[in-house]
Design a protein. Structure first.
Length: 227
Protein backbone atom coordinates (compact mmCIF):
# COMPACT_ATOMS: atom_id res chain seq x y z
CA UNK A 1 0.00 0.00 0.00
CA UNK A 2 1.49 3.33 -1.02
CA UNK A 3 1.32 6.35 1.19
CA UNK A 4 -1.06 9.13 0.08
CA UNK A 5 1.63 11.41 -1.36
CA UNK A 6 0.21 14.70 -2.52
CA UNK A 7 -2.73 14.59 -0.12
CA UNK A 8 -2.54 18.03 1.58
CA UNK A 9 -4.17 16.74 4.75
CA UNK A 10 -1.53 14.03 4.99
CA UNK A 11 1.41 16.22 4.05
CA UNK A 12 0.48 18.82 6.69
CA UNK A 13 0.66 16.31 9.53
CA UNK A 14 3.62 16.22 11.86
CA UNK A 15 6.02 13.31 11.38
CA UNK A 16 4.71 11.69 14.57
CA UNK A 17 1.10 11.89 13.38
CA UNK A 18 2.03 10.63 9.92
CA UNK A 19 3.73 7.59 11.45
CA UNK A 20 0.69 6.93 13.64
CA UNK A 21 -1.78 7.29 10.76
CA UNK A 22 0.32 5.08 8.47
CA UNK A 23 0.49 2.44 11.22
CA UNK A 24 -3.28 2.52 11.73
CA UNK A 25 -3.89 1.99 8.01
CA UNK A 26 -1.40 -0.86 7.76
CA UNK A 27 -2.42 -2.52 11.03
CA UNK A 28 -6.06 -2.38 9.87
CA UNK A 29 -5.19 -4.08 6.57
CA UNK A 30 -2.48 -6.55 7.60
CA UNK A 31 -2.63 -6.84 11.37
CA UNK A 32 0.15 -5.99 13.80
CA UNK A 33 2.27 -9.05 13.07
CA UNK A 34 1.87 -8.65 9.32
CA UNK A 35 3.24 -5.10 9.34
CA UNK A 36 6.93 -4.21 9.61
CA UNK A 37 8.55 -1.02 10.82
CA UNK A 38 9.83 -0.46 7.29
CA UNK A 39 6.29 -0.78 5.90
CA UNK A 40 5.13 1.94 8.26
CA UNK A 41 8.02 4.32 7.65
CA UNK A 42 7.78 3.93 3.88
CA UNK A 43 4.10 4.85 3.93
CA UNK A 44 4.76 7.74 6.32
CA UNK A 45 7.73 8.96 4.26
CA UNK A 46 10.16 8.93 7.20
CA UNK A 47 13.17 6.89 8.29
CA UNK A 48 12.96 3.90 10.66
CA UNK A 49 15.15 5.88 13.04
CA UNK A 50 12.48 8.58 13.28
CA UNK A 51 9.88 5.99 14.26
CA UNK A 52 12.17 4.72 16.99
CA UNK A 53 12.83 8.32 18.08
CA UNK A 54 9.11 9.09 18.50
CA UNK A 55 7.79 5.74 19.71
CA UNK A 56 10.69 3.49 20.65
CA UNK A 57 9.23 0.33 19.10
CA UNK A 58 6.40 -1.03 16.99
CA UNK A 59 4.71 -2.31 20.15
CA UNK A 60 4.77 1.15 21.76
CA UNK A 61 3.43 2.62 18.51
CA UNK A 62 0.59 0.11 18.64
CA UNK A 63 -0.34 1.29 22.15
CA UNK A 64 -0.59 4.89 20.91
CA UNK A 65 -2.60 3.79 17.88
CA UNK A 66 -5.06 1.94 20.15
CA UNK A 67 -5.55 5.01 22.33
CA UNK A 68 -5.91 7.33 19.34
CA UNK A 69 -8.45 5.07 17.60
CA UNK A 70 -10.70 4.87 20.66
CA UNK A 71 -10.39 8.59 21.41
CA UNK A 72 -11.20 9.56 17.82
CA UNK A 73 -14.24 7.30 17.68
CA UNK A 74 -15.56 8.71 20.95
CA UNK A 75 -15.08 12.27 19.72
CA UNK A 76 -16.91 11.55 16.47
CA UNK A 77 -19.76 9.96 18.43
CA UNK A 78 -19.97 13.01 20.69
CA UNK A 79 -20.05 15.35 17.70
CA UNK A 80 -22.80 13.31 16.06
CA UNK A 81 -25.06 12.83 19.06
CA UNK A 82 -24.20 15.56 21.57
CA UNK A 83 -23.28 18.43 19.27
CA UNK A 84 -26.13 17.69 16.84
CA UNK A 85 -23.91 17.23 13.81
CA UNK A 86 -25.91 14.17 12.77
CA UNK A 87 -28.23 16.65 11.03
CA UNK A 88 -25.34 18.37 9.26
CA UNK A 89 -25.44 17.03 5.66
CA UNK A 90 -21.68 17.37 5.24
CA UNK A 91 -20.39 16.06 8.57
CA UNK A 92 -21.16 12.34 8.33
CA UNK A 93 -19.83 11.98 4.76
CA UNK A 94 -16.63 13.74 5.87
CA UNK A 95 -15.96 11.42 8.82
CA UNK A 96 -17.42 8.19 7.46
CA UNK A 97 -14.14 6.98 5.85
CA UNK A 98 -12.42 7.54 9.21
CA UNK A 99 -15.13 5.62 11.06
CA UNK A 100 -14.82 2.63 8.72
CA UNK A 101 -11.02 2.64 8.92
CA UNK A 102 -11.00 2.82 12.72
CA UNK A 103 -13.62 0.08 13.04
CA UNK A 104 -11.44 -2.09 10.83
CA UNK A 105 -8.40 -1.22 12.95
CA UNK A 106 -10.17 -1.96 16.23
CA UNK A 107 -11.47 -5.28 14.91
CA UNK A 108 -7.96 -6.39 13.94
CA UNK A 109 -6.51 -5.15 17.21
CA UNK A 110 -9.06 -7.00 19.36
CA UNK A 111 -8.50 -10.34 17.66
CA UNK A 112 -4.74 -10.73 17.95
CA UNK A 113 -4.92 -12.38 21.39
CA UNK A 114 -2.31 -10.09 22.95
CA UNK A 115 -2.33 -8.35 26.35
CA UNK A 116 -2.74 -5.11 24.38
CA UNK A 117 -5.95 -6.50 22.87
CA UNK A 118 -7.30 -7.31 26.34
CA UNK A 119 -6.38 -3.82 27.55
CA UNK A 120 -8.11 -2.28 24.55
CA UNK A 121 -11.33 -4.21 25.21
CA UNK A 122 -11.25 -3.16 28.86
CA UNK A 123 -10.77 0.46 27.81
CA UNK A 124 -13.74 0.19 25.45
CA UNK A 125 -15.91 -1.17 28.25
CA UNK A 126 -14.82 1.62 30.62
CA UNK A 127 -15.51 4.32 28.03
CA UNK A 128 -18.92 2.82 27.26
CA UNK A 129 -19.75 2.57 30.95
CA UNK A 130 -18.88 6.24 31.41
CA UNK A 131 -20.98 7.20 28.40
CA UNK A 132 -24.04 5.28 29.62
CA UNK A 133 -23.82 6.57 33.18
CA UNK A 134 -23.58 10.14 31.90
CA UNK A 135 -25.95 10.24 28.93
CA UNK A 136 -28.32 7.29 29.43
CA UNK A 137 -28.40 6.66 33.20
CA UNK A 138 -31.91 5.19 33.17
CA UNK A 139 -31.19 2.41 30.69
CA UNK A 140 -29.84 0.02 33.34
CA UNK A 141 -28.87 -0.33 36.98
CA UNK A 142 -25.77 -2.32 36.06
CA UNK A 143 -23.66 0.08 34.00
CA UNK A 144 -20.62 -2.20 33.91
CA UNK A 145 -22.60 -5.25 32.85
CA UNK A 146 -24.50 -3.30 30.21
CA UNK A 147 -21.27 -1.82 28.83
CA UNK A 148 -19.45 -5.17 28.73
CA UNK A 149 -22.28 -6.88 26.86
CA UNK A 150 -22.77 -3.95 24.47
CA UNK A 151 -19.08 -3.81 23.56
CA UNK A 152 -19.00 -7.58 23.18
CA UNK A 153 -22.04 -7.57 20.90
CA UNK A 154 -20.82 -4.78 18.66
CA UNK A 155 -17.27 -6.13 18.55
CA UNK A 156 -18.69 -9.53 17.69
CA UNK A 157 -20.49 -8.11 14.67
CA UNK A 158 -17.22 -6.72 13.36
CA UNK A 159 -15.21 -9.79 14.32
CA UNK A 160 -17.63 -11.89 12.25
CA UNK A 161 -17.59 -9.35 9.43
CA UNK A 162 -17.11 -12.02 6.76
CA UNK A 163 -20.35 -13.76 7.74
CA UNK A 164 -22.27 -10.52 8.36
CA UNK A 165 -21.06 -9.10 5.04
CA UNK A 166 -22.15 -12.24 3.20
CA UNK A 167 -25.61 -12.08 4.78
CA UNK A 168 -25.95 -8.39 3.93
CA UNK A 169 -24.59 -8.80 0.43
CA UNK A 170 -22.01 -6.06 0.99
CA UNK A 171 -18.72 -5.79 2.88
CA UNK A 172 -19.40 -4.01 6.19
CA UNK A 173 -16.03 -2.26 5.81
CA UNK A 174 -17.23 -0.54 2.65
CA UNK A 175 -19.58 2.45 2.58
CA UNK A 176 -22.53 0.44 1.26
CA UNK A 177 -22.14 -2.40 3.74
CA UNK A 178 -21.45 -0.17 6.72
CA UNK A 179 -24.49 2.00 6.02
CA UNK A 180 -26.74 -1.05 5.86
CA UNK A 181 -25.24 -2.47 9.06
CA UNK A 182 -25.59 0.89 10.83
CA UNK A 183 -29.22 1.15 9.71
CA UNK A 184 -29.97 -2.29 11.14
CA UNK A 185 -28.27 -1.32 14.41
CA UNK A 186 -30.33 1.89 14.55
CA UNK A 187 -33.50 -0.18 14.17
CA UNK A 188 -32.26 -2.63 16.80
CA UNK A 189 -31.48 0.02 19.41
CA UNK A 190 -34.57 2.15 18.78
CA UNK A 191 -37.11 -0.65 19.30
CA UNK A 192 -37.68 -2.77 22.37
CA UNK A 193 -37.85 -6.49 21.59
CA UNK A 194 -39.29 -7.44 24.98
CA UNK A 195 -42.40 -6.10 26.72
CA UNK A 196 -42.21 -4.82 30.27
CA UNK A 197 -44.24 -7.67 31.78
CA UNK A 198 -41.98 -10.33 30.28
CA UNK A 199 -38.87 -8.49 31.47
CA UNK A 200 -40.28 -8.25 35.00
CA UNK A 201 -41.01 -11.99 35.07
CA UNK A 202 -37.56 -12.78 33.69
CA UNK A 203 -35.86 -10.63 36.33
CA UNK A 204 -37.87 -12.32 39.06
CA UNK A 205 -36.82 -15.72 37.75
CA UNK A 206 -33.17 -14.68 37.62
CA UNK A 207 -33.40 -13.27 41.14
CA UNK A 208 -34.59 -16.64 42.40
CA UNK A 209 -31.36 -18.20 41.14
CA UNK A 210 -29.46 -16.02 43.62
CA UNK A 211 -31.49 -17.31 46.55
CA UNK A 212 -29.63 -19.49 49.10
CA UNK A 213 -31.85 -22.48 48.22
CA UNK A 214 -33.21 -21.91 44.72
CA UNK A 215 -36.39 -23.86 43.95
CA UNK A 216 -36.31 -26.93 41.71
CA UNK A 217 -38.47 -27.33 38.62
CA UNK A 218 -41.29 -28.61 40.86
CA UNK A 219 -40.91 -25.73 43.27
CA UNK A 220 -39.64 -27.83 46.17
CA UNK A 221 -36.46 -27.65 48.18
CA UNK A 222 -34.06 -30.43 47.03
CA UNK A 223 -33.03 -31.17 50.64
CA UNK A 224 -36.60 -31.39 51.84
CA UNK A 225 -37.55 -33.57 48.88
CA UNK A 226 -34.69 -35.98 49.62
CA UNK A 227 -35.69 -36.23 53.29
Amino acid sequence: MKRPVGDPAFEDLTARARIRDAAIRLFAERGIDGTTVRDITEMAGVSPGLLRHHFGSKEALRVECDAYALDRLVKIKEELFLDGKVTNPTFLPSVHPTIVLLYKYVTRALLDGSPAAAAMFDDMVTLTEQWISTYAPDVTEDYRGFAAVLVGMQSGILAMHDHVSRALGADVFTTEGHIRMAGALADFYSHSLLDAEFVAKTRAAMASLRAPNPPTATGTDPAAEGA
